[in-house]
Structures are given as C-alpha cells and as structure tokens.
Design a protein around this ligand. Structure first.
Ligand code: FE2
Length: 260
C-alpha cells in the first residue's frame, strides 16, 4: 500500500531510555525508513539523558521540545515528585558549569535550548502536546466525553488537517466530530486519515509506554496511512540502571515492566 510521500517515522517520549531508543532506531532502519521526526521529551525519567540527546541528534531530522525538555532547562514547576526528581537530576547531569569548558556539555545544553515547539510539514503538523499549546497541553482520550469544548478549540487551532502528538504516552487517534478515541488495537495498527476530517494522531512513547504494553511504540506516516509499530527492547537493563541511580525515583524504572 504505497503512500503519497516517502515514509517518515515519528517517535516521541524517549525519556532518556537509551535501550528503547536504540532498538526503535534499529527497527526503523530495518524498514529502510530514512527520516525520523522526534516529538520531544527526549529527557526526563530515565538513566541516559546525555546519550539519548546524542543519539536523537544524530538520528532525527527534527526533534521538538517537550515539557520535560523545557523543565530541565528551566524549572520542574507543576511536576509530581517522581518526574521532578529525574528532571532535577538531568539538569545536574546536563547543565554545563559556568567555569567548566566542557564542550560536549555545552553542545548538549545548546541542543536542548534550541528545540522548536512545533513544525509544519506538507499536509501535517507535529508537536509534543497539542496544536493549541504545543509543549504542555494534553490531548486526552477522554476529552470528547469530558471536555468537548476544549477539543473543539484544539481542532480549530490546527493549521493542517493532520497533527501528530505525543505527551500522554498513550497511542491512538481523535477525529474531529467523532466522539470515540480510536485505540490502536482496534485499528489493527493501521489508520487511514480522511482528507476532509481533522485528526490528531498520538504516536505513543518510545521510552515509557503507558498503555499496558511495555514495548516501545512509534508510528510511520507515508502521506496516506499511519502504521503503528511496537518494539521489544532490553527493558531490564534500563530498569537496573534506574534503580542504581539514587537521584531517580525507583518508580520511573519499575513502571517500565508494566507499561504504565
Ligand atoms: Fe513524556
């Protein structure tokens, strides 16, 4: 089923999980897909923020700013204790000392500081959160039921018919005028957007899935179809690394086993 454009892989929410990111990039390359867009939250929660920045920088044509990237740069205001702990730790790991001329640290910090909040492409747009607030706002599966006015406003903020987001770590699709959140499992991993109907596609999370499936999740878009893929990785290695770092809350590791 060839699409209208060369396929691109869209990943999100790596969360400093190097084993997951490396496995997903291998999977993408195995499909001969050359372009990767990363919707942000490259850091936060996991054990390897520096290595994940380096790998994302090398592998992704575009990387956007997520709320954790922003919080590492500035402040973890509004974050819960588990998230805040790793953000503060990542800031300590990544932020160059004023009197230290560590070029690698300076390069990574500048990379984080220069991440854009969104990107418009041919027929679609990408951001971490929502078309209305690209870094911080959640587009939730429950929004059609609990806050239809919010969702209507978000759809009206779209400048393209299709938006790809991350942030919730929960893959699936919301269509304008459709009250149902489309679960990836019910779609068989394939979604074909209608050109005349706006849709927001959540690509799930590479480094911390929360849909009770511990495998990494990402999507491929070929201009006509969205295909979801799940990738197994050595998550016990990641969990072990997290549990060995006192400044990361153990829950950031243990949750990976259950995909929550
Ligand atoms: Fe995230």
């Amino acid at each position: 089923m060839p699409g209208a454009r060369e396929p691109i892989a869209i990943i999100s929410d790596v969360h400093a999980n190097l084993e997951a990111l490396a496995a997903v990039i291998d999977d993408i390359r195995g499909r001969n897909i050359k372009t990767i867009y990363n919707l942000g939250d490259t850091v936060g929660y996991g054990p390897d923020p520096d290595a994940c920045i380096d790998l994302a920088d090398a592998a992704c044509a575009i990387t956007l700013c997520g709320n954790h990237d922003y919080a590492v740069l500035f402040d973890a205001e509004g974050f819960n204790l588990v998230a805040r702990k790793s953000i503060d730790y990542h800031r300590a790991v990544l932020k160059p000392e004023a009197d230290n001329h560590d070029q690698e640290a300076s390069r990574r910090w500048a990379w984080l500081a220069n991440l854009e909040p969104m990107h418009e492409d041919d027929g679609f747009e990408i951001m971490h959160g929502s078309p209305r607030q690209p870094i911080t706002e959640y587009v939730l599966p429950s929004d059609p039921e609990t806050d239809p006015a919010k969702l209507a406003d978000i759809f009206s903020a779209m400048s393209q018919p299709l938006a790809f987001v991350g942030h919730t770590h929960f893959p699936g699709i919301l269509e304008d005028g459709n009250d149902a959140f489309l679960m990836v499992s019910s779609l068989g991993g394939h979604y074909r957007p209608e050109p005349s109907r706006r849709a927001i596609v959540n690509v799930g999370s590479v480094g911390q899935p929360r849909d009770r499936n511990p495998k990494s999740c990402y999507a491929v878009y070929d201009g006509e179809n969205v295909f979801y893929h799940r990738v197994a990785y050595d998550l016990e290695k990641t969990v072990k690394k997290i549990l060995a770092i006192r400044d990361i809350h153990p829950a950031s590791g243990l949750r990976l086993r259950e995909g929550r």
